[in-house]
Design a protein around this ligand. Structure first.
Ligand SMILES: Cc1cc2nc3c(=O)[nH]c(=O)nc-3n(C[C@H](O)[C@H](O)[C@H](O)COP(=O)(O)OP(=O)(O)OC[C@H]3O[C@@H](n4cnc5c(N)ncnc54)[C@H](O)[C@@H]3O)c2cc1C
Length: 288
């Protein structure tokens, strides 16, 4: 099925299943996927042109499901930020990801913006869900003309720009466990701005309250989010002490080369990292 387009507007194809969407993309080389369109609608502001055809994913029910199992959470790429935040709210270990979904953008955008749309764009450095999923050791299920495959999130970030246009993100899979997590973000002016820097922290503590496992991911500082492995190593074996963690972050901040942008210079993005680490550790310490 397709929707009639006004003169000059892109044509919309409206599949109702994932295989149908993949087939439409494969047989229509100029077509691109469209989910909530909150990133795509700003294409002209980024100097990008719309393709002649979009394959709209909103009618694919299978993409909307969020399944919470004992070992993992399976999140359909078409779930909105608002739906994800609501589904994860009862899960203590998922506070970071729930906050990433529930505090990004604004209420109207969160009601339509999807998980798949947030993580798909290689050119979107400030995506809130990306560092949250990196810290959570998420995996991605892709669906393409050659079938389905599952890859780690870091590999997905490396490969996503080179994926065939007919390959779709079907699901994000997040492991469950007895850890705590937090999402600390710094928007410069008002809620709804893209954050200039993001720190996601996930940590488990031992019986003595010392950190036994730490995952730290940094978003919006460099063009692509990445794990802060030297800080992870420094945190292990220490208590959840926000001020001490901020000092460790200050000592390791040279690991990053901030990207200059219209919203903030690169050096500022790096400078705020210790404060964001401090906030994330304080948030973890406050979680029961
Ligand atoms: C006012 C405003 C404020 C915003 N603030 C924030 C913010 O604070 N934090 C933040 O992270 N984002 C923010 N955004 C950006 C945007 O809302 C999010 O990135 C959103 O998650 C994009 O999802 P979408 O469904 O709208 O994607 P779309 O715009 O539909 O698509 C985005 C890209 O993903 C591709 N795509 C979509 N779904 C799939 C799929 N299943 N498989 C493969 N490719 C796919 C599309 O082809 C396109 O290239 C903001 C946007 C606006 C308009």
């Amino acid at each position: 099925m397709s929707a009639p387009a006004p003169d000059g507007a892109p044509r919309l194809l409206l599949p109702t299943s994932l295989p149908e969407a993949v087939a439409l993309l494969a047989e229509t080389p100029e077509a691109r996927p469209m989910a909530g369109a909150t990133w795509l609608m700003r294409a002209p502001l980024r100097g990008e042109t719309h393709p002649r055809t979009y394959v709209a994913l909103g009618r694919i029910a299978d993409l909307k499901t969020i399944e919470i199992g004992d070992a993992e959470i399976r999140i359909g790429a078409g779930a909105t930020h608002a739906e994800l935040a609501a589904a994860l709210a009862p899960l203590p270990e998922c506070r970071g990801l729930a906050d990433a979904a529930g505090r990004s953008a604004n209420r109207a955008v969160r009601a339509v913006a999807t998980v798949g749309g947030n993580i798909a764009s290689a050119g979107f450095a400030a995506a809130d869900l990306v560092p949250a999923l990196l810290a959570a050791d998420a995996e991605i299920e892709l669906e393409g003309p050659d079938g389905a495959r599952r890859i780690g999130f870091e590999a997905f970030l490396t490969d996503r720009a080179a994926l065939a246009p007919s390959t779709l993100i079907a699901r994000v899979v997040v492991p469950r466990g007895t850890w705590r997590s937090a999402h600390a973000r710094l928007p410069l002016r008002v809620a709804g701005d893209y954050p200039v820097a993001i720190v996601d922290l996930l940590a488990a503590t031992d019986a003595g309250g010392l950190i036994s496992r730490a995952a730290v991911a940094v978003g919006s500082v460099e063009p692509v989010a990445r794990r802060w492995t030297s800080l992870e190593a420094a945190l292990v074996g220490t208590p959840l002490d926000a001020d001490a963690a901020a000092e460790m972050a200050k000592a390791a901040a040279g690991d990053f080369e901030g990207r200059d942008g219209a919203d903030a210079p690169g050096r500022y993005r790096v400078q705020v990292l210790p404060a964001l680490v401090q906030r994330a550790v304080a948030a973890l310490a406050a979680q029961s």
